[in-house]
Design a protein around this ligand. Structure first.
Ligand SMILES: [Zn+2]
Length: 481
């Protein structure tokens, strides 16, 4: 099959659907070309086929002569990473709240029309609100990768669609809200309407873990949680919330523990993607939680709400909240010079709220080597030598939530990439080579070229800002001698 030299596809009789992201439309066009792999096709037309970037696919699709409305439809349903947050139309979600690495779907929706709906990529989504069906993420016992461009059958030939008429057995406001915001571009009515999607998802997910199968439980017994129960709590009036929490403490926490006070009775707030600060929804829930506790437990004599919030944390408490082992955390605090006057005698270390917030901001900003690819556009192993040469900080020995390996501050990676991208403003011309192209021609690593550039040895000859990260750079053929 030959590929059109000017356009990425030879035909586009299929058109983008409402709520369909770039990677779904791209996949459908790949299948329509008679190709069997989205990965291979993407690579053939010169874009990242292994770990596609939705924005990059969108950019490719923008070359097709679709109507203005169709282009808008596609752009509105495609996640675009900007300042570390994914923008989908007018909505925003954190990177951890979105996952498009594997395909998830409602077989009944596919029965209605063969394309992928963007709201299936929200990690906490579990059901289709139209059909009430549980979203499917395993086909033939395996995860289905996006390399597969078909929506009707699996690679093994199993059907992915279900044309049987089904009705939801219950109303799912959270899932309705996701569909309304992401697929239809409309916000729901009610108290959550003014909030960003990520501010809704975080507390809904956290307090959703207070319930399991309709019963109150401790969140450690409910790692997945009931997202609908958590969302319901966000739309409940304050007085009812207070009663809800009072009932929760009475059911889940024994009276002896409740006599020891609020902190002893309350599950520690796990690190929730950094969104808890400045989230008014979350604060309102905590207020209700404390009032609820006051009805059934013993508040310390002097422990009013304000003082509770200001209390220091022990190293163990901080380490639990940040999901970093105590020893590694203490080394990290010391390396950052955050508590210069502290006595470094292990557990006795006390961390004041301001220091804790600073730590939390830094830790929330950290990304792993594979995660740098979304910003740099090049594989982690090609980027690491640049980090190790001291152009940005590399943080080692800091496992977060059990994830080991080097970490980087997302902000620093973004700045470095921007520094390289602004070295020239010239648009690439014929004969210039991409970063990867130059590396291949000269038989050196991409990292070597980047280091030479950062050290002033060579200067990029052109830049195409529509390409992701460092893939935007172009060089003169003779640049690297
Ligand atoms: Zn459905």
């Amino acid at each position: 099959m030959s590929i059109n030299r000017d356009l990425p596809f030879s035909q586009w009789r299929l058109r983008p659907e409402t709520g369909e992201p770039s990677y779904s439309y791209f996949a459908r066009l790949v299948a329509d070309e008679g190709h069997g792999s989205m990965k291979v096709y993407a690579t053939e037309i010169g874009i990242n086929g292994r770990n596609f970037v939705p924005d990059e696919l969108l950019h490719v699709l923008q070359q097709l002569p679709l109507s203005k409305e169709e282009h808008e439809r596609l752009a509105n349903a495609t996640p675009v990473l900007r300042d570390g947050i994914y923008h989908i139309g007018r909505e925003k979600v954190r990177a951890k709240q979105l996952s498009f690495r594997q395909r998830r779907f409602c077989p009944n929706c596919l029965g209605d029309k063969l394309y992928h709906r963007i709201q299936w990529d929200i990690v906490v989504a579990s059901h289709c609100p139209i059909h009430g069906t549980r979203l499917i993420d395993l086909v033939d016992g395996k995860k289905l990768g996006w390399w597969w461009p078909h929506f009707d059958v699996s690679p093994e030939g199993e059907t992915l669609i279900n044309r049987r008429k089904v009705e939801p057995e219950q109303f799912r406001p959270f899932h309705e809200m996701l569909r309304s915001r992401l697929e239809l571009g409309e916000r729901e009515q009610g108290p959550t309407a003014e909030f960003e999607l990520f501010d809704i998802i975080e507390p809904a997910r956290f307090f959703g873990r207070y319930r399991r199968e309709g019963r109150f439980v401790h969140p450690r017994e409910s790692p997945t949680g009931d997202i609908e129960a958590g969302f319901a709590l966000l739309t409940t009036p304050h007085s009812e919330r207070v009663s809800w929490f009072a009932a929760w403490y009475e059911t889940v926490i024994d009276p002896q523990t409740r006599r020891r006070g609020y902190a002893a009775s309350t599950p520690s707030v796990a690190k929730m993607n950094g969104g808890r600060a400045n989230n008014r929804l979350w604060e309102a829930l905590e207020q209700a939680q404390q009032e609820g506790f006051a009805r059934v437990g013993t508040l310390g004599r002097k422990r009013t709400r304000r003082q509770l919030d200001r209390s220091d944390r022990t190293l163990i408490e901080a380490s639990r909240e940040l999901k970093v082992p105590p020893k590694a955390l203490s080394r990290f605090i010391s390396k950052l010079g955050l508590l210069p006057d502290a006595k470094w005698n292990g557990d006795a270390l006390s961390i004041d709220p301001a220091t804790f917030q600073t730590l939390k901001l830094i830790i929330d900003d950290l990304i792993t080597l594979p995660q740098t690819t979304a910003i740099t556009g090049i594989p982690g192993h090609e980027f690491r030598p640049v980090a190790r040469a001291g152009f940005i900080q590399e943080i080692t020995e800091l496992p977060i939530a059990g994830v080991k390996g080097p970490k980087y501050r997302a902000g620093e990676v973004e700045q470095l990439v921007e520094r390289l991208r602004t070295m020239t403003e010239v648009s690439p011309t014929e004969g210039m080579k991409t970063l990867l192209g130059l590396a291949r021609t000269k038989g050196v690593s991409t990292a070597a070229i980047l280091l030479a550039t950062l050290n002033g040895g060579i200067i990029p000859a052109g830049v195409d800002r529509s390409r992701v990260g460092l893939r935007s750079l172009y060089f003169a053929d003779w640049a690297y001698a």
